[in-house]
Design a protein around this ligand. Structure first.
Ligand code: MTE
Length: 448
């Protein structure tokens, strides 16, 4: 675990608070004895009622498995808990169609296998322009400066320890790469929801509002209207963020994710959280913030993450991720086993605020029914929806359509292409369709 005193966070427990290996073994041995005695005593009492009820059920209930007849593992065998070995298929995956250049690539989150709205940290999607590093927090610094001394009076360099002593916020937000669902622009129907929508995750992030840091450095909001964020990796990742987003307190520099420090792949020890805005602006391994009076037009905003419109011009600085949703089960690559009841479930989100409604169609958009939204609905976070469905064994076309608090309605492909044409890579928020055939196979199709 290394020398704790060299790690950030002055509130971590001191090493002597941990049990020694010998102490752990002694505790585990004592616990085993205790379990054996209480198990034998409880066993006889448990067996009878199960046998009595099983006559009209699945006989498997009578075959006591090893986990009901033997001792379990003691605590702390896995000092950092891992998923069950039966869940080994639930993994981030790279797309077979996308080439890896050096460390630059993507791994997609397995949305089809997740519940609720929080993405487990180990399954959070990854997008690196130049690979990832496990950055030493003791050597990491955040510099805040102005492109002109008049914009910010006291430029500063913060250590992680200094940042982690400041007032913090914890908020749940989605992060979606601007290129999510990008392959579908070209009518390439990739097989599963992991590849169509898996550059999407949602976590509880913890950190310090950027507003607080800028004010600590004496920012002049009248002059400094833009912020440039820069990462410490080899990709020279830099993005402009308008000052209004910072002034309203929503943007923060985060060190925490889902109750622990960020994972290295997701920017440990510090990343920017820009709620509602495309993932590229959430600069990882954040090392510098500069304030200025105009957008910076860096490579990551002048050449990449722009949209070629039907008139031949590019749309630039279109950072906000518009309202979108997708059914995650049943979805492409899955198979319905038989006719009957299914819970259709999925995710909805909007970079402009809260989701207010999600409609679901099972006939390709002819009829729509309003789904149940699982609250509380959070601002600029994933929102889970569910709806009951009884499959009659006939072909079906499953779609979801989200509406956000601004009244914006997620468009069909035809509507989106009318405005945006077909030459984009980024910012595809069209309605996703999953086709179900009589055999129960589900596949990805595009419906205009
Ligand atoms: N920040 C740095 N420094 N380097 C990067 O390559 N990738 C960006 C953004 N921040 C990137 C970065 C992109 S394109 C996205 S979509 C998100 O990080 C992905 O964040 P994640 O890997 O935590 O999912």
């Amino acid at each position: 675990m290394g020398d704790l005193s060299k790690q950030p966070g002055h509130l971590r427990p001191a090493p002597e608070n941990f049990l020694s290996d010998e102490q752990v073994k002694a505790v585990a041995a004592g616990r085993r004895d205790f379990l054996r005695k209480s198990f034998l005593a409880a066993g006889a009492a448990m067996a009878a009622p199960i046998a009595a009820r099983a006559s009209d059920g699945d006989p498997e209930i009578l075959n006591l498995p090893p986990w009901s007849t033997s001792l379990g593992m003691p605590v702390a065998v896995n000092p950092y808990g891992q998923p069950s070995k039966f869940e080994g298929q639930l993994l981030r995956r790279e797309s077979p169609g996308l080439t890896r250049v050096g460390g630059a690539s993507v791994s997609f989150a397995p949305l089809q296998g997740l519940f609720g709205i929080i993405t487990p940290s180990g399954l959070h999607f990854e997008r690196h322009h130049q690979g990832w590093h496990d950055v030493d927090p003791a050597r990491h610094r955040l510099m805040i400066n102005g492109s002109d001394p008049a914009f910010l009076k006291k430029p500063k360099v913060y250590t992680m320890d200094q940042l982690m002593r400041l007032p913090s916020v914890s908020r749940i937000h989605f992060i979606e790469c601007g290129a999510n669902t990008g392959l579908e622009w070209g009518n390439v129907a990739v097989p599963t929801v992991q590849y169509t929508h898996g550059m999407l995750s949602c976590s509880e992030f913890t950190g310090v509002p950027l507003k607080l840091l800028l004010e600590d450095c004496g920012v002049d909001y009248k002059k400094a209207r833009y912020v440039l964020a820069e990462g410490a990796d080899g990709s020279s990742m830099t993005r402009t963020i308008p000052m209004e987003m910072v002034e309203n307190g929503e943007v923060f520099v985060a060190y925490g994710m889902n109750g622990e420090m960020l994972r290295p792949e997701n920017g440990y020890p510090l990343r920017l959280v820009v709620p509602g805005v495309q993932g590229v602006s959430w600069v990882k391994w954040l090392r510098r913030i500069e304030v200025g009076d105009k957008p910076y037009a860096t490579k990551d905003e002048a050449v990449h993450y722009i949209d070629l419109m039907p008139d031949g011009l590019h749309r630039q600085y279109s950072s906000i991720q518009e309202c979108k949703s997708v059914i995650t089960t049943p979805s492409g690559g899955q198979r319905l086993l038989e006719k009957g009841f299914y819970n259709i479930t999925g995710l909805a989100w909007s970079g402009r605020g809260k989701i207010t409604r999600v409609d679901v169609s099972v006939d390709g958009g002819i009829n729509w029914k309003t789904a149940r939204i699982e609250g509380p609905v959070q601002n600029k976070a994933l929102t889970r929806f569910n709806i009951d469905w009884v499959w009659d064994g006939k072909p079906a076309m499953l779609q979801s359509r989200a509406i956000d608090e601004t009244g914006y309605v997620q468009p069909a492909y035809g509507q989106l292409r009318e405005v945006r044409g077909t030459k984009s890579i980024y910012h595809n928020n069209a309605i996703q369709s999953w086709k179900v055939v009589e055999s129960g196979e589900v596949s990805n199709v595009q419906v205009l």
